[in-house]
Design a binder for this molecule. Structure first.
Ligand SMILES: [Zn+2]
Length: 418
């Protein structure tokens, strides 16, 4: 079974992946992204690394696997992913000396740690033994349509202990200093794949006999795969990744997600960097279907009619215009109760020019441009999906739950199990 997830998620005011700090200034991770413009233009944009997501995922996996009474080594259980780095770590993690042969080393690690089975490891000793991760994650970068609009801005924070004896004159011991934290806001690209093929099996040794046999029982493999799938669900529903969440808990809203569950090999959902990704998935599915079932969620707010959006904004504009007119009238009457001013006439005259100006501003605003371009693409994707009889979910959690249940079902019917 292969599950591939791509999505677009709006994250406001986040400090999920910080890199170095320079003095009292903590920097957000940034990466270069190239876009074809007149030539090719490079932008430095905020990003959340694949390692950040992998760490969060493996923490969840360790927790869920332990709850299911599956084996997890001492360090992985603590969320410290040293993963059998060397002899000392091996000894501490499993409470035994490392065996001599490559086959026995691989077998011991896989049998005794679900996290290293699924997330891979590197035993950098003689003999060297490694395992490639069965899950794949990438950097979260801002979506293509937003690249020119995303920002990183540093925020000033102070916890100066003013009024206490800890703050003394310049040059002496001081209370806590002021500090800066870079925060970012952007609609991000999300990607995650998981391949159940090698879970609980040998991948390092070339001995054919060993490769044909699983290290753990079929029942144990099933439980490990289910733990991996449940961890994906938790990771996304509860956003279990990223740093600084005690004081920079971000504001998160999923714009869309596409999940492909395949039973006959690898099928990856095309990158969600472009809003065309759902349409691209449908086209790819037509040509390269691997026993794939597609689950798609599109945030209903994105699909709201643009005319509704304008109507709402117009109503707000009228309300604010009348509110200010009333306030103006009230102020003037207070200053000069005898003044003979025809307010109704003034309002009529002004209202027209006010609206002309506001409607122009609204039409030119990037907000509305974003809503309508994105909306158009999503509407097209929705139409294509419905034509193919593929449900478009309007609830994120329901889409995710159904996809994970499908993956579990696909796995339990998988012939490769036996
Ligand atoms: Zn481990």
């Amino acid at each position: 079974m292969f599950i591939s997830i791509r999505g677009r998620v709006l994250i406001n005011v986040e400090a999920l992946n910080m890199t170095e700090s320079v003095g009292n200034y903590v920097k957000h991770r940034k990466v270069p992204v190239v876009l074809p413009e007149f030539n090719y233009a490079t932008y430095f944009v905020p990003a959340i690394s694949g390692e950040t997501i992998a760490h969060g995922y493996q923490e969840k996996l360790a927790e869920i696997a332990s709850k299911k009474k599956l084996s997890v080594c001492k360090y992985c259980n603590l969320g410290i992913f040293l993963k059998s780095t060397d002899k000392e770590v091996f000894k501490e993690s499993f409470g035994i000396n490392p065996p001599k042969s490559e086959k026995d080393i691989e077998e011991t690690i896989i049998r005794n740690c679900t996290v290293e089975d699924i997330g891979g490891f590197l035993y950098a000793e003689a003999p060297n033994v490694n395992r490639t991760s069965s899950f794949f994650v990438g950097y979260m970068i801002p979506v293509k349509e937003s690249i020119e609009s995303v920002v990183i801005e540093s925020q000033l924070h102070s916890r100066y202990a003013l009024g206490t004896k800890f703050v003394k004159k310049r040059g002496e011991r001081r209370g806590q200093m002021i500090y800066y934290v870079e925060i970012s806001s952007a609609p991000y690209v999300f990607s995650f794949d998981f391949d159940s093929r090698f879970v609980g099996k040998y991948t390092f040794v070339v001995d054919e006999k060993a490769r044909n046999n699983s290290i753990v029982s079929n029942d144990e493999r099933r439980k490990r795969i289910e733990a991996a799938l449940d961890s994906i669900k938790e990771l996304l529903v509860e956003t279990c990744f990223g740093a600084k969440k005690t004081r920079f808990l971000p504001i998160i809203s999923w714009e869309s997600i596409a999940i492909a569950v395949s039973k006959d090999g690898v099928f990856t959902v095309p990158s969600s960097f472009s809003v065309n990704y759902i349409e691209n998935s449908i086209n790819k599915l037509d040509k390269y279907n691997k026993g794939t079932k597609l689950f798609v969620y599109i945030n209903p707010e994105v699909l709201e009619d643009t005319s509704e959006y304008i109507k709402k904004t117009t109503k707000e504009l009228i309300d604010s215009f009348y509110k200010y007119a009333e306030e103006f009238e009230k102020c003037l009457k207070e200053k000069d109760p005898e003044a003979k001013v025809d307010f109704k006439k003034i309002i009529r005259e002004r209202l027209e020019s006010f609206f002309e100006r506001k409607i122009e501003e609204l039409a030119a605003s990037s907000d509305l441009r974003y809503v309508s371009t994105i909306k158009k693409k999503y509407l097209k994707a929705k139409e294509m999906l419905e034509k193919k009889g593929i449900k478009v979910y309007d609830k994120f959690e329901e889409c995710l739950k159904d996809a994970i249940e499908e993956a579990k079902g696909v796995y339990s019917n998988d012939k490769r199990l036996d």
